[in-house]
Ligand binder design. Structure first.
Ligand code: MRU
Length: 368
């Protein structure tokens, strides 16, 4: 199994630096909570489930770093120990690194809850173990998403042509701790010998489709074609797409979906042309505590991501060029919201459900 993170030994975490792909494959060692947070904010790691896994390891580092600190009673919070306050602060520090993907807050909170009940001397080891569990559960969940999604997609096959799928951003193994979410069913079908072709949105401004999804699919020898983000509408109109399949950063209690900016336009076009719009995500991406999409914080990222494009010149030298005139105003919302009414189904490791309050509840009972 390809994975974008590895831990050859306890307290040794390495991640594949996604800011260097597709031009170089470089692993970076992360040895502290601050290093994990930096990997998250700099996009060395990205994708909601992977953010969760790296955040979990980051919290384990924070617990170990705090282990030597004084554990006295905190005067401003009677009953709370200094180490519990430090834990809360570390959770906030990591969870706020990228606000839209709920998996990040979910994972760091899960590690924090796992250690609260144990003696201070055992907390670091317990935290590391919980982070490993989160990463491994994600990988197992991805495999189940792949199986459920593949079964669903087989029904969309048109005799005589490969299954035509359109995806946005990167929801492959690079975005998770295992096989991916939206790409997992595609890998499962490809492995089963079902002919598949993927239309890959380039996904400006950071080009996760062109740089990451295309790189993954090429390595796995899955037939694919990279398109400009705005080409999808025409392809859907012409009947060249059997299903749109994307991941998610957060799904609200009513089924509204936050995902990479541009997803919403694909959902509108899919609905206009009667094409299924499928969202694949682990249950950890469902957020029953957020009633609807309008309550989801949309991350606003640096304008430089829109102003500049990074690529390789004909000699292979990686370079960054400006594509917006100096002086133009720039906005960079990183995600958008797809109303539940446009989502045909949610594909999760626990099964396929409609994007409705009842569908979400059936998977999350007892979570919030
Ligand atoms: O900004 P990114 O690259 O972290 O955005 C990633 C996405 O929007 C993915 O579609 C989403 O996280 C699902 S990944 C399995």
């Amino acid at each position: 199994m390809n994975r974008p993170l590895r831990w050859p030994a306890p307290w040794t975490l390495e991640v594949l630096d996604q800011t260097r792909l597709p031009f170089a494959v470089e692993w970076v060692a992360l040895r502290s909570a601050a290093a994990c947070r930096h990997a998250i904010t700099s996009m060395q790691v990205r994708g909601a489930p992977l953010l969760g896994a790296v955040g979990a390891f980051g919290l384990a580092f924070a617990v170990r770093e705090a282990a030597g600190s004084r554990d006295g009673v905190n005067a401003s919070h009677p009953g709370a120990s200094a180490s519990d306050d430090a834990l809360d602060a570390a959770v906030e520090e990591l969870a706020s690194a990228r606000p839209t993907a709920i998996n990040l807050r979910w994972a760091v909170t899960r590690v924090a809850e796992a250690v609260r009940a144990v003696p201070k001397s055992e907390r670091a080891e317990r935290a590391w173990g919980e982070a490993v569990r989160i990463a491994d559960e994600d990988a197992a969940g991805n495999a189940a998403i792949g199986a459920h999604g593949a079964a669903l997609l087989r029904a969309q096959l048109t005799p005589g042509r490969p299954l035509q799928l359109l995806t946005h951003c990167n929801a492959g193994w690079l975005a998770t701790a295992g096989h991916g979410t939206a790409l997992a069913p595609i890998y499962a079908l490809h492995a089963a010998g079902v002919p598949v072709h993927v239309w890959v949105d380039e996904t400006r401004p950071r080009n996760q489709g062109a740089a990451l999804t295309a790189w993954e699919l090429a390595a796995a020898e899955v037939p694919h074609t990279v398109i400009a983000d705005n080409a999808g509408g025409l392809l859907l109109m012409r009947g060249a797409v059997d299903a749109v399949l994307v991941g998610a950063d957060r799904v609200a209690a009513n089924g509204d979906v936050a995902n990479k900016v541009g997803t919403y336009l694909k959902a509108l076009a899919a609905r206009a042309h009667g094409v299924p719009f499928l969202v694949a995500c682990p249950v950890s991406t469902l957020d029953p505590a957020t009633p609807s999409g309008e309550a989801i914080a949309i991350e606003e990222r640096d304008a430089s991501e829109v102003v500049y494009v990074t690529g390789a010149d004909d000699d292979g030298t990686v370079t960054r060029v400006r594509v917006v005139p100096a002086g133009s105003a720039v906005a960079n919302p990183a995600f958008d919201l797809t109303p539940a009414s446009l989502v045909t189904s949610l594909i999760t490791e626990r099964g396929i459900v409609p994007a409705t309050a009842a569908g979400i509840r059936s998977l999350t009972e007892g979570m919030a």
